[in-house]
Design a protein around this ligand. Sequence first.
Ligand code: SF4
Length: 86
Amino acid sequence: MNRPICKRCLLRELDGEYFQSIYRYIENLPKEQKASGEEYARRLALCRTCDDLQNGMCVQCGCFAEVRAAKRKLGCPLEKWKKEGA
Ligand code: SF4
């Protein structure tokens, strides 16, 4: 069955065992590589307003937004995560 594309959805809104393994991957990232919880939430809130988020994936970079946002050193390919004045 084909599922419709869910624009502005994160993986957490989709279901399936596959996604659980992605969450385990995020959980197990070394602490020094992880964005803070506050920064992670801020980034994902911005992704949720972005038309390039489809079925949990950023169509600009091909990453799952939740994985990209979890990695401290990664940024948005369109620089939407940049803080003002940074
Ligand atoms: S990483 Fe940037 S371009 Fe990709 S979905 Fe998030 S805000 Fe949009």
